[in-house]
Write a protein that binds this ligand. Sequence first.
Ligand SMILES: C[S@@+](CC[C@H](N)C(=O)[O-])C[C@H]1O[C@@H](n2cnc3c(N)ncnc32)[C@H](O)[C@@H]1O
Length: 235
Amino acid sequence: MIAGRLVRNDPAQYDLLVDEWWRPAGGFAALHWLAASRAEHIPPAASPDAVLVDLACGGGLMAPHVARLGYRHVGVDLGLPGLLLAREHGVLPVQGSVLGVPLADGCADVVVAGEILEHVEDDVAVLAECARLLRPGGTLVIDALADTWLSRFVMVTVLEHVSGGAPPGLHDPALFVDRQRLLAAADRLGLDLRLVGLWPSMREAVAWRLGRRETVRMRPLRSTAVVFAGYGRKR
Ligand SMILES: C[S@@+](CC[C@H](N)C(=O)[O-])C[C@H]1O[C@@H](n2cnc3c(N)ncnc32)[C@H](O)[C@@H]1O
């Protein structure tokens, strides 16, 4: 889509958008809000060598939160420009696919998979990688876009055409996530997982849009029909 060359969801788009990662009012602003929201569900590290694996870490937006919690922050992504940026923010970068992560079984105290399940052909395979990487008792935090007409309408039809919304072409609505299938897979994989909906505080989003706030808090919602988070634990 971008420059008429790339198709929807082509990961190469992130390489072209590398300057957006750390701009608080840039194209990835909502990913900053989600990173802060994820961090609220991660316990402080139990030891100095505790590891958090951040699948599809992009430019490393979880970095300040993970550092504050005391983890060694390992970030996995396909894109080198994003990984190099993440490294500048303290992330230990690993280039690889979330569908076959080049890290050992049980190496992680925490696995985060933020806004990646809706970018791959096989979201359950990513969840299986989360389960493989986690030690028993380890914490899982995910967020993604639901496979519903409302989600496709809001995230693609509307927000791709609103300044401050998602950059056009990043999402392929055909890949949005079937929540029931995900929950069934989690159970098979030995993950206790519960889903909640998330939506930005509208009051804060308006203030952000007017330049009066740097960030916006994500609020929990009963409906998981658009943006949803999953909080879990490996049995
Ligand atoms: C929407 S961004 C999310 C980034 C980050 N998790 C965040 O929330 O700030 C999606 C990221 O997934 C990466 N990505 C896409 N497909 C991937 C794959 N198969 N393996 C690893 N990374 C992938 C892209 O390079 C991009 O950095």
